[in-house]
Design a protein around this ligand. Sequence first.
Ligand SMILES: C[S@@+](CC[C@H](N)C(=O)[O-])C[C@H]1O[C@@H](n2cnc3c(N)ncnc32)[C@H](O)[C@@H]1O
Length: 342
Amino acid sequence: MRRAVFYNPAMALDRDLSVAVARAWSDRTGRRLRAWEMLSATGVRGLRVLNESGALDALLLTEANPEACRWLERNAAPHPAATVRSADARELPPGSPFDVVDLDPYGTPAPFLPTAIAATAPGGLLAVTATDMPVLAGVQRTACEARYGAVPLHGHFGPEGGLRILIAHALGAAARMGRSARPVLAYVHDHHVRAYLALDREARPAEVSRLPGPGWAGPALGEGPYGPMWVGPLFDAGFLRELRAPAGAARPREVAALLDRFREESGADTPFYFEPNRIAGALGLSEPPGLAPLLARLRELGHAAARSHVRPSAFRTTASEAVVFDVARELVARRFSSSPVR
Ligand SMILES: C[S@@+](CC[C@H](N)C(=O)[O-])C[C@H]1O[C@@H](n2cnc3c(N)ncnc32)[C@H](O)[C@@H]1O
């Protein structure tokens, strides 16, 4: 059977973000970067970053599929800064390490992570995508345990749980190589998760644990324990301030809106989230509390609170579930006491 060459238009927004991140990372480091796209397919992602970010000095593109590789050669030919290598991406290529490494597989990135980490310079940036969401988000729990060594959350928390499992897994692979890393931007989008990991210059302990652990006061996750998963921040707020929607973005309005949401979210960057309709369900309220009044009241009480990109009505907060529930009850009761009697 002939295998199709991979080009996925649904990832256009994701590639827009790759351009924005490369630009901001180059600004942060104060120099142009050398990059490796490990799994290039037609090269659309790496070549867009090269052309649109102005951040790269050199780009290595590897691809193992011969048919994809022919397209890759053709697409890269007009760009002197791009080099194509027809090879297995699990081999460390000549020229390693790189300032930026991009790992964007079909399915799981796990088999490629040791090479990706070895190929990323200290102080460099490693971008990792996973599209095996049935595994990471708990539909295939046994596969998640085998592939990532982690118990996944299932249901509405599944995608964020999957993102946090992926990050913990990548950090575990880094630790085994005497390296450490932290996310500067990590998100759930459509049917994949993606994390941009800053590879540290010095080893430091990772914020990885099983949830809900002792003292967990956040949203009820179920019995668990789930994970191990990353429980630290998904965003580096300073880095987010430097991100701009690229001038040539395929989805300019969506990218700008997503960046705004990330910035808001970074103000209350806690694991997992609440949703007004689920709060109403848990408390037996006759209607959900409004999202805006909930956020406002939590902030009045001194807690950080912000909408999340993960789901349209989701919000994160530093308040405990008990406080969130009290505020929700108060707001719904107040709404009823101020409605006219009919
Ligand atoms: C999801 S696609 C990459 C998409 C691309 N990054 C983009 O943004 O359009 C994954 C690619 O990895 C290639 N691939 C799979 N295993 C590989 C390996 N071991 N070495 C190199 N390429 C590989 C596949 O042929 C496929 O083209």
